[in-house]
Design a protein around this ligand. Structure first.
Ligand code: FMN
Length: 437
């Protein structure tokens, strides 16, 4: 049965050099100027999207690998998305904005106050994409770098502390009684005294309470610990999984189990699967693109090697493409999961050329082998996801008017006609829009 779904945009490059490496650079937007993002955000709001999630990495990584990140701007530079958010709020009225935030970077009291400020300024449209990247912690103090699960423990302590501060004004504390001249009742402000493993701070918070709910929490982690965090804490999960019924159902089931275990309802969390479609004008064009991708040229392979070099902080571009990849070059700093994703199903004797070529290969939306197709074919896929109970999708790309229009011009009318995409917002902010269906 067709049902309404939630739509978001995952700005995977973060607040970085949009357009770099693409012909649309010659549209002459400056990536450091808010116009580029404001114009895109307005288009997404017109399209009925719930939110934009802005990726971030505060660090350029280790000295040895900085050049790999900045050389083609795949991994940096990045400006702070939290400070871009007010410009996007000012340009829109309903769209939620969820910058990525790292618990290592903000002390809980500072975070609670800044986020409360943005929640008020935006009319309750703030989301926070809480990530647990551990490598950048060294920029923010002298605390030891944490392991994977410990970083989630710190994120939970941080978030619980922030929520305690947000809730430190009890009902009735804010009076705004012009007859008596009494603004607030200080006896109804709760003392917060937090002494935890990672943070120590006192409250109450110097901010007025929210009228339309707290900022929405987004999370992207896909490990068992990551899904547990999402079930217990998040309003939106940025989900990555193969888009077949078994995988979708299993992923959703794990989050829902974690939600129940934490005393929440599965309905409290919207699981949005991230997809990066390539929309073309006809099935024939899609077939041609997919067929051509089976034989990538040198330029296509080089581009993949450059991107992978940035992500894996290891220079693949200097290697002989016709020799097998020696996984010893990755050292300890690259996760086993990332190495497995690079190598795919290849055995150790496969030349690097073959490994990279597999990443260039595209598939068709129409047969479920990939994401190239027409807008109608994409709408079919999204509609099918809905029949499996899916809450929605996140489209993935630069937040650039060219990308946004290429993806949405034909798709939005089709989704609206089929009753999959909202035509109206609730008017109550992000949490209210997420809760509407
Ligand atoms: C789709 C997706 C988006 C992510 N976005 C960010 C990000 O913007 N910044 C960041 O530091 N980490 C990001 N992460 C990393 C996660 O926060 C987390 O550290 C990582 O996924 C490891 O956790 P996991 O093992 O639970 O997946 C992202 C992960 C995924 C899967």
């Amino acid at each position: 049965m067709t049902k309404l779904q939630h739509f978001g945009w995952f700005l995977a490059r973060g607040f970085g050099p949009h357009g770099w490496g693409h012909p649309y650079l010659d549209w002459n937007y400056r990536w450091t100027n808010p116009d580029l993002y404001q114009e895109s955000a307005r288009a997404l709001e017109q399209a009925g999207f719930d939110l934009v999630i802005i990726e971030d990495a505060p660090s350029l990584g280790s000295a040895d690998t900085i050049d790999l990140r900045v050389r083609h701007a795949f991994g940096g530079p990045k400006l702070d998305p939290l400070l871009l958010a007010p410009y996007l709020f000012a340009a829109t009225r309903h769209l939620g904005i969820a910058p990525t935030v790292n618990p290592a970077a903000y002390l809980p009291y500072t975070a609670a106050r800044q986020f409360a400020t943005l929640q008020h300024l935006s009319g309750h449209r703030l989301g926070l994409n809480v990530v647990t990247d551990t490598g950048s912690a060294r920029h923010f103090g002298t605390a030891a770098q944490l392991g994977h699960d410990a970083a989630y423990d710190r994120a939970e302590e941080w978030l619980a502390g922030i929520r305690d501060l947000w809730r430190s004004w009890d009902d009735g504390a804010l009076l705004e009684d012009t007859a008596t001249g009494r603004y607030a009742d200080g006896t109804r402000l709760r003392t917060v005294r937090h002494r935890g493993e990672h943070f120590g701070f006192d409250g109450p918070l110097n901010a007025v309470p929210f009228t339309d709910g707290e900022p929405s929490i987004v999370s992207p982690g896909g490990s068992g610990r990551g899904l547990g965090f999402a079930g217990a804490n998040s309003d939106v999960q940025l989900a990555l999984a193969p888009l077949d019924e078994a995988s979708i159902t299993a992923y959703r089931g794990r989050i829902h189990d974690a939600a129940r275990a934490a005393g929440r309802s599965p309905d409290d969390i919207k699981v949005l699967f991230a997809i990066q479609p390539v929309i073309v004008s006809s099935p024939e064009e899609a077939d041609r693109l997919v067929a051509a991708s089976a034989h990538p040229d040198e330029a296509a392979l080089t581009l993949i090697a450059q991107r992978q070099s940035s992500d894996l902080e290891t220079d693949l571009t200097a290697l002989d493409l016709d020799k097998p990849l020696d996984v010893g070059i990755f050292g300890d700093h690259v996760s086993q999961g990332s190495i497995r994703r690079l190598i795919g199903g290849h055995d150790a004797s496969a030349p690097l050329r073959q490994v990279l070529a597999a990443h260039a290969r595209l598939g068709r939306l129409s047969d479920g082998s990939g994401f190239v197709g027409t807008a109608a074919e994409l709408a079919d896929r999204i509609e099918e996801l809905g029949t499996w109970g899916n809450d929605g999708v996140l489209l993935w790309g630069d937040l650039h008017p060219v990308t946004v229009h290429r993806m949405l011009d034909e798709l939005v009318p089709i989704l609206r006609r089929r009753g999959i995409l909202r035509s109206e917002y609730t008017g109550g902010g992000l949490a209210s829009n997420l809760a509407a269906f």
